[in-house]
Design a protein around this ligand. Structure first.
Ligand SMILES: NC(=O)c1ccc[n+]([C@@H]2O[C@H](COP(=O)([O-])OP(=O)(O)OC[C@H]3O[C@@H](n4cnc5c(N)ncnc54)[C@H](O)[C@@H]3O)[C@@H](O)[C@H]2O)c1
Length: 340
């Protein structure tokens, strides 16, 4: 069965996912598009022969929309996800699921009332081959019980519109999700330490930041977020266990030797780093829907946890204190772990 997808938000990532669903993923067809920018939705829809809808509500109600993809601005996500659940349609929501814990809880309540999982959140790192290998190693017990994780999330530069809060809400949120999944654990506290600021930043921005987390099991995580590092897009993750460690591989790149030098390319943007993860994420989402199964990727609970922890990280930076995350207990509905 072909899964007919309606897309809400035809901006940067919306257009990239429309292309992915059309050219890369089999079994999917983008049949509907809406964007508050009418010209943008017309253009995106025309490229794939989709129908343009006036707003998210009309698109979700359309007969030829089997599943909904939400790629609009973060603060609008909750409204569209709740409408999709009310219509009983599966919905893939780019991160964040919602910007507040309260809205995430509303989404979970609506989904639980529906009785079946409909929501998947766009945390694509869980589909990256390196992170999946790390997960296997940690779950197999080969390095023993994990004790510490050292991470870095570095970006060459960010535009002036990037704010200090975004370091937690848009950047660290990917580590927050993938670490909860890798460790099969929840984060209980957040703290932020601010090193000397780089001169290569807009004046309003605190960069870099070091984020420190503790989990229920007592694992300590240190995460360097440095979004004006100049040299490249560089994601590092090393989990240290009781008798070994596992480290995320760098993306494959050839070794070049010339004029007395030996060098290996460092990527400069996240698109190239995670393109395969995005492709796998959508292949698996569509494959599950096409066979009538529930989505198996990051759930509404995962979206809730990521929002709680990233908001706690902002509060920790602003207050200078260690902030407890104060998460609700996980409902039995979300008890089973998703993709392994
Ligand atoms: N998983 C990832 O790594 C990743 C990467 C990039 C973006 N994102 C997320 O995807 C979302 C979109 O990001 P983007 O970079 O494409 O932004 P963007 O600004 O390029 O696109 C957003 C689009 O949504 C439209 N829009 C806003 N509100 C709308 C509404 N109520 N109904 C219909 N359309 C609406 C805007 O007009 C715009 O065209 C954000 O939540 C962002 O955090 C995730």
């Amino acid at each position: 069965m072909t899964v007919r997808v309606g897309v809400i938000g035809a901006g940067w990532i919306g257009q990239d996912h429309i292309r992915r669903l059309t050219e890369t993923v089999t079994g999917a067809q983008v049949t509907a598009v809406t964007d508050i920018d009418a010209a943008r939705s017309q253009e995106a829809a025309a490229q794939v022969g989709a129908e343009v809808f006036a707003d998210g509500g009309e698109l979700i109600a359309a007969d030829d929309v089997d599943a909904v993809l939400v790629t609009s601005w973060g603060p609008t996500h909750a409204e569209h996800v709740l409408s999709a659940i009310a219509s009983g349609k599966p919905v893939f929501c780019e991160k964040p699921l919602a910007t507040t814990a309260e809205d995430c809880l509303k989404i979970m309540e609506a989904e639980m009332a529906h009785g079946r999982r409909l929501v998947q959140v766009g945390f694509m790192r869980r589909y990256d081959a390196g992170y999946r290998q790390m997960k296997q190693v940690i779950s197999s017990g080969r390095i023993g019980e994990p004790l510490m994780v050292h991470c870095a999330h570095r970006n060459p530069s960010v535009p002036e519109s990037y704010t200090t809060d975004m370091a937690a809400l848009d950047t660290a949120v990917h580590e927050i999700d993938v670490l909860r999944w890798l460790l099969d654990d929840e984060i209980v506290s957040a703290q932020v330490v601010l090193p000397r600021a780089t001169s290569k930043r807009y004046e309003h921005l605190r960069d870099p930041q070091i984020m420190l987390y503790e989990t229920v099991k007592g694992i300590r995580i240190d995460l360097e977020v440095f979004v004006n590092c100049q040299y490249g897009y560089d994601i590092q993750c090393e989990t240290v266990g009781e008798h070994g460690l596992v480290r995320l591989p760098d993306p494959a790149a050839v070794d070049v030797r010339t004029t007395g030098q030996r060098s290996t390319e460092v990527l400069t943007d996240w698109v190239g780093r995670f393109v395969h993860a995005f492709d796998t994420e959508f292949r698996e989402w569509i494959a599950n829907l096409a066979t009538g199964n529930e989505p198996t990727g990051p759930s509404a609970w995962d979206g809730y946890a990521a929002t709680v922890v990233s908001n706690a990280t902002v509060e920790a930076r602003k207050s200078g204190r260690i902030v407890l995350t104060d998460m609700k207990p996980r409902p039995a509905f979300y008890a089973t772990r998703d993709i392994a």
